[in-house]
Write a protein that binds this ligand. Structure first.
Ligand code: FAD
Ligand code: NAG
Ligand code: NAG
Ligand code: NAG
Ligand code: NAG
Length: 534
């Protein structure tokens, strides 16, 4: 892979400086920084024997495998990707305050990594000397069936959480993302959603308490951190405010039997009618029904070799097959859904089904370390249905454009009932669906990267007339450095991406940030700025 993988971070720096930076980062890794840092951690924790086992300098034989284990975008797995001076892998919560205090003392930036799924890699890449605080060992999950709650440490994966709930109850679940290797830390703090969104809201809407380490190394819970900070770390992302150790969540009830189905149509099979109608039905129908829609360039089965568009509905209904067939028979007759198209299963089996797996729930415990595709994602919100004629125009442009596709995720239901100010997550009533732009490729060097990047940006540009404006909103968890990037940490730079991610909630996030981290220690390419930063 070529150097361009770093462009988002480094394009502003002259090449020579870059080169020097890389050498000096390597030098910094040499014994002196490592030793000062370890000494500091030992002083802070009074556990010298343990500390050396959880700290990896660049010359440690395990450094590379620890670094690569939770890289989830292969674009940032190259020899020229900037590397941390040190990786710290806490095995007890008390190591986290120590790591914060010691990285501050040593002038090292901190990057917090839970599951590593950040699309732009900002949990493990930085262009200044930095450490990674890697949370994967802090992954205990305590389910309390009396309270119907769980405490989940942020290094846990969604798959581990689903599995732990299933072990205790077959009629409880949790409304979070589809992919089981996604980490709790980034997912919950950035909003998080899955196929129960319309019934139960965002992942973060189901959070009732949290534990966070602040910039002074204090461990705070909901009461001691105060309302404002607790508000901010539900949708505003964690990395601007501190290190979140754990979230306490409410479990939700799920029926013993739920239903899933998948339906595919190409243009020759009236895909345009289906997509048009979907825009009316999916965001307004019964909140037990979540119908995701994939739009992909494809080849025609009818006209051999001709290009077409394939629209795929992937759906989950919290109820019986007969009921969803009857519901859609009324609301969406164009789909012609029949009982034999629908599969009934338990909630945990539906989690596997969404991952095209029909094995046992143990599948969810597989962390699948050190594996990644080359990916690029962007996001948008659609607030008025796209007319049929415009869809037809769009299909031709998508076909001409090349490989990228889109995923439409319907809102409505519970999302319309939660006020915008309830949490930091601002995209609620008024949005019909969220668009995820998506392109994934195999290694192909800098050319493949440039080509795919150009194509996905072009698709995003083509969608301009159909999506939210002023601001053109985006979803924080679909990290996209194209919408703005902070070089200096200034308020002005932060506002560019800040209002897109958080709309009117941005101002309150800035106030919280200014109060809890006035020196802007916790920062990254898209962190919340402080009020005073120039
Ligand atoms: C394959 C795949 C599938 C996905 N599916 C979904 C989906 O179904 N629904 C959905 O909503 N999103 C989905 N996402 C997006 C996902 O929610 C975000 O990428 C999320 O931020 C990942 O969390 P993480 O802990 O794995 O990531 P990381 O890369 O570890 O972290 C992401 C961000 O959060 C910060 N952070 C992480 N842990 C902490 C912590 N403990 N304290 C403070 N800050 C922290 C990081 O520093 C970084 O800024 C998916 C992503 C991928 C790659
Ligand atoms: C682990 O961390 C907790 C703080 O969450 C602390 O109370 C406890 O003493 C620590 N245990 C060890 C062995 O350091
Ligand atoms: C497409 O629509 C036409 C007219 O509405 C209908 O006759 C035909 O059966 C549909 N085709 C499919 C595959 O649904
Ligand atoms: C990173 O690259 C190495 C080869 O250098 C490969 O073995 C590993 O699987 C890759 N990991 C990821 C997450 O891409
Ligand atoms: C980009 O990829 C497409 C195929 O998706 C190909 O047709 C085109 O030639 C490529 N362009 C460049 C500049 O590599």
């Amino acid at each position: 892979m070529g150097k361009s993988s770093q462009l988002p971070y480094l394009s502003r720096l002259p090449l020579l400086f870059l080169f020097l930076l890389q050498i000096s980062t390597t030098w910094a890794a040499s014994n002196s920084v490592y030793e000062t840092f370890v000494q500091c951690l030992s002083d802070q924790t009074k556990q010298p024997d343990l500390i050396s086992k959880i700290v990896y300098a660049q010359n440690n034989p395990s450094y590379t495998s620890v670094l690569q284990a939770y890289i989830r975008n292969a674009q940032f797995n190259t020899s020229s990707t900037p590397k941390p001076v040190i990786i710290v892998t806490p095995t007890n919560e008390s190591h986290v305050p120590a790591a914060v205090v010691c990285s501050k003392k040593n002038g090292l930036q901190i990057r917090i990594r839970s599951g590593g799924h950040d699309y732009a890699g900002i949990s493990y890449v930085s262009d200044v000397p930095f450490i990674i605080l890697d949370m994967f060992n802090l992954r205990s999950i305590t389910v309390d069936m009396n309270e119907q709650t769980a405490w989940v440490q942020t290094g846990a994966t969604l798959g581990e959480l689903y599995y732990s709930i299933w072990k205790k109850s077959k009629v409880h679940g949790f409304p979070a993302g589809v992919c089981p290797t996604v980490g709790v830390g980034g997912h919950v703090s950035g909003g998080g959603y899955g196929n129960m969104l319309r019934k139960h809201g965002l992942t973060t809407d189901n959070v009732v308490d949290a534990r966070i380490v602040d910039v002074n190394g204090r461990i705070l819970d909901k009461n001691s951190m105060g309302e404002d900070l607790f508000w901010a770390i539900r949708g505003g992302g964690g990395a601007s405010f501190g290190v979140i150790l754990a979230y306490k969540i409410n479990l939700v009830s799920v029926p013993e039997t739920i239903s899933v189905f998948r339906a595919e149509r190409t243009l020759e099979e009236n895909a345009t009618d289906i997509v048009y109608r979907w825009q009316q039905v999916a965001p307004t129908t019964d909140e037990n029904l979540f119908m995701r829609m994939l739009i992909q360039p494809s080849t025609s089965k009818v006209n051999k070799g001709a290009k077409t568009i394939k629209a795929t509905i992937i759906a989950e209904f919290l109820g019986k097959a007969d009921d969803v067939v009857a519901l859609l028979g009324k609301e969406f007759p164009e789909l012609g859904l029949k009982k034999e198209d629908v599969k009934e299963m338990s909630w945990i089996d539906s989690v596997l089904w969404w991952n095209q797996n029909n094995g046992t729930p143990e599948f969810l415990l597989n962390r699948n370390p050190n594996s990644a595709d080359y990916v690029r994602r962007k996001s948008d919100y659609v607030q008025t249905p796209i007319p049929k004629a415009r869809l037809e125009w769009l299909w031709q442009r998508i076909i001409e454009n090349g490989r990228p596709g889109m995923v439409f995720n319907p809102y409505g239901g519970k999302m319309n009932k939660i006020p915008i100010t309830e949490t930091a997550f601002a995209h609620r009533a008024g949005n019909l669906f969220k668009v995820q732009y998506s392109v994934t490729w195999e290694d192909g060097g800098i050319e493949a990267e440039n080509n795919n990047t150009a194509q996905i940006r072009n698709l995003y540009r083509l969608m301009t007339p159909f999506v939210s404006k002023n601001p053109r909103s985006a979803y924080l968890n679909y990290r996209d450095l194209d919408i703005g990037i902070s070089h200096s940490g200034s308020y002005a730079e932060g506002k560019v991406y800040g209002v897109k991610y958080f709309n009117q909630n941005f101002d309150r996030l800035v106030k919280v940030k200014t109060a809890v981290d006035p020196q802007n220690f916790f920062r990254n390419e898209q962190s919340i700025p402080t009020l005073s930063s120039k």
